[in-house]
Design a protein around this ligand. Structure first.
Ligand code: UFG
Length: 329
């Protein structure tokens, strides 16, 4: 079977492609390389450079690869903070890209779709950890775009029998332990890469965005989940929806760490001092996001391998310390 992976040159996408190829899938990666890296794409995957905003690019993929029978859709703008500055990149482009893809996918009778969704759907958690059936109240235009795409998928299921699984990741973290792929964004805005850039002397200091949140030490609490554990969930999801039932799951370890705790652990793992200062809050950030992933564990047998922040950060440090300039190293 051939699976089309949009955004397969990006961070979570490239790790999932590596994992899927190890499991024997034939993969076509479709990516505009806006944030992704050609070097991150596994040698055994076919690669098509194209843009989901251009319907002709998508039509060409279905013409060239007529045996595509499933899609894993990562391609997206993904930054919570940016979405508060540039809402239309999210509310227009993310949604238009997904609409184009879904229109062509249903025209080509694709019946399985795994969607990269987000914890940013849950700005007002009813309980902590957060279950997948929590009321959806997006925290930013980014989260809103993902919520709207989940609604598009609902209607594609009703009308075209497209079965889909929404995977709401909490904070994707870490790198492939074999050291060949990892996290590399330009510009870099994510906490863990920036923290290690400080450890490597590439930045003078980390600014922690706010220490007056309602959390034990005042800094935001997040659930960091290893990118290969996320990859495993995509394969389980793709297989599970063959039973004809669409579903959504929250994906995290169930453990929350504050930014200060993360910095302490990063100092231990790297053996370097990480200078940090406190700055203003970043708009769009909820205080605490921790996942309840019981459903995917019980229903699909999801078994995360990286169960501590230390293990996750060790793989990230291995990547950043050996690739200080990311893929340009
Ligand atoms: N942070 C800082 N300083 C920095 C960068 C980040 O204090 O220089 C803080 C943020 O304010 C936030 C935490 O560190 O409280 C994590 O921030 P990231 O930017 O690393 O990640 P986000 O939580 O904003 O977002 C990530 C993904 C999203 C996904 C979300 C789900 O980028 O795509 O996790 O929780 F939706």
């Amino acid at each position: 079977m051939t699976i089309l992976v949009t955004g397969g040159a990006g961070y979570v996408g490239s790790h999932t492609v590596h994992y899927m190829i190890e499991k024997g899938y034939d993969i076509v990666v479709f990516d505009n390389l806006y944030m992704g890296h050609r070097e991150a794409v596994h040698d055994k995957a076919a690669f098509v450079q194209g843009d989901l905003l251009n319907r002709d690019d998508i039509a060409a993929v279905f013409r060239d690869y007529p045996d595509i029978d499933g899609i894993v859709h990562f391609a997206s703008h993904t930054m919570v903070g940016e979405s508060m500055q540039k809402p239309w990149l999210y509310l227009r482009d993310n949604i238009t890209a997904a609409s184009n893809l879904l229109e062509l996918a249903t025209e080509h009778d694709v019946k399985r779709f795994v969607f990269s969704s987000t914890a940013n759907l849950f700005d007002e958690p009813e309980s902590m950890p957060i279950r997948a059936d929590n009321k959806i109240i997006p925290g930013s235009p980014y989260g809103e775009s993902k919520a709207m795409i989940e609604r598009l998928l609902h209607w594609m299921d009703v009308i075209h029998d497209l079965k889909w699984c929404g995977l709401r990741y909490f904070n994707a973290a870490g790198a492939h332990p074999d050291g060949v792929i990892g996290e590399d964004h330009t510009p870099e805005t994510h906490l863990i890469p920036i923290t290690f850039q400080v450890a490597l002397g590439q930045r003078e200091q980390l600014t922690i965005f706010g220490d007056d949140y309602d959390t034990p030490d005042g800094t935001c609490v997040r659930d960091y989940v290893h990118v290969l554990d996320l990859a495993q969930a995509h394969v389980l999801a793709l297989e599970a929806i063959k039973d004809g039932r669409s579903r959504q799951y929250n994906l995290g370890t169930g453990n929350g760490y504050s930014i200060k705790q993360l910095v302490d652990t990063a100092q231990q793992v790297s053996g370097k001092e990480i200078k940090h200062v406190i700055g203003d809050r970043r708009p769009g950030d909820p205080a605490t996001l921790i996942a309840d992933s019981t459903a995917i564990k019980e229903e699909l047998g999801w078994a995360p391998q990286f169960d501590s922040l230390e293990k996750i950060l060790e793989t990230a440090w291995q990547w950043h310390s050996t690739h200080p300039e990311g893929y340009d190293s």
